[in-house]
Design a binder for this molecule. Structure first.
Ligand code: CP
Ligand code: NVA
Length: 301
């Protein structure tokens, strides 16, 4: 049977996504209670990282350890992938040894090729286009703090990047409205915007995006791979900082999220990320619980 991959949020149905988040909440309670639960005993996760990571690496390694399994960190610096071994061959070989593989890379088509040649489930741990694991944690965080997200309005302010794309996909699957404000030239991919249908509104002005919103989200102005544009981006994004003026437009009880790492004084002011509306630390912690639920779904039969 072909393995089940998780390359974008649309690899799971809306029903599966909701169930996964409920399970993540349960797994979090179990861990808090000190319950030993090892459904992945003897299972091994291969982790291919072509870009840096703190949260993703630690959350996946911890998830596997707590589940009774183990993980192998693979970087292009010390694997043959970094010396030009084809991704298809790497996928064939790794997937004959490990039980599940997580990949963080640049072009999304690389992970698609990897998955097409893998005998075991492949998880997208971030590509230039998508970051679906982060959205599992974000939706868990919303639900824990505020309950159902259906019918709510989220405001994405900043770069039309991989996180923005994944929020578009989430808006459709979790049935909320997403207002997106990006500077000219930094809009999300138009085909992805189209796929969000009536759930998405594009505006130019950050204040207009935030007005009446239940949730305000941003991300770095310079994603991994775009470092050469950093100076220009600092200028182009100057009017898109999430600060107290922007948050004042949103509902008084609006939450603030950021996938991290954050740059205080750039995409977000310290007053907001370190303030009472910010749930970024819960959001980061939930990477662990949401990915445990994902690993369980993909592997535990
Ligand atoms: N949010 C996130 O994916 O963080 P890392 O880059 O540290 O893994
Ligand atoms: N958009 C950011 C997310 C980092 C977790 C990046 O791709 O660098």
């Amino acid at each position: 049977m072909a393995p089940r991959h998780f390359l974008t949020l649309t690899d799971l149905t809306a029903v599966e996504l909701h169930a996964l988040i409920q399970r993540a909440i349960e797994l979090k309670q179990m861990q808090r209670a000190g319950t030993i639960y090892e459904p992945l005993k003897n299972k091994v996760l291969g982790m291919v990282f072509e870009k840096s990571s703190t949260r993703t690496r630690v959350s996946f390694e911890t998830a596997m350890a707590q589940f009774g399994g183990s993980s192998i960190f693979l970087s292009p610096r010390d694997t043959q992938l970094g010396r030009g071994e084809p991704v298809e061959d790497t996928a064939r070989v790794l997937s004959r040894m490990v039980d599940v593989i997580m990949v963080r890379t640049y072009a999304h088509d690389l992970i698609e090729r990897f998955a097409a040649h893998s005998r075991v489930p492949v998880i997208n741990a971030l590509t230039d286009q998508w970051h679906p694991c982060q959205l599992l944690a974000d939706m868990q965080t919303w639900i824990e703090h505020r309950g159902d997200i259906r019918g709510k309005t989220a405001a994405w302010i900043g770069d039309g990047n991989n996180m923005c794309h994944t929020y578009i996909s989430a808006a459709r699957q979790f049935d909320f409205h997403l207002r997106i404000a990006c500077p000219e030239g930094y809009q999300p991919d138009s085909a992805i915007v189209k796929s969000g249908g009536g759930h998405i509104t594009l505006v130019r002005d950050a204040f207009a995006a935030a007005r009446g919103a239940d949730l305000v989200i941003t991300d770095t102005w310079t994603s991994m791979g775009w470092e050469e544009e950093q100076e220009k981006r600092l200028r182009d994004f100057a009017a898109y900082q999430v600060n107290s003026e922007i948050m004042a437009q949103a509902k008084p009880d609006a939450l603030f999220m950021h996938c991290l790492p954050a740059h205080r004084g750039e995409e977000v002011s310290a007053s907001i990320i370190d303030g009472p509306q910010s749930v970024v630390w819960d959001e980061a912690e939930n990477r662990l619980h949401a990915q445990k639920a994902l690993l369980e779904l993909l592997l535990y039969k």
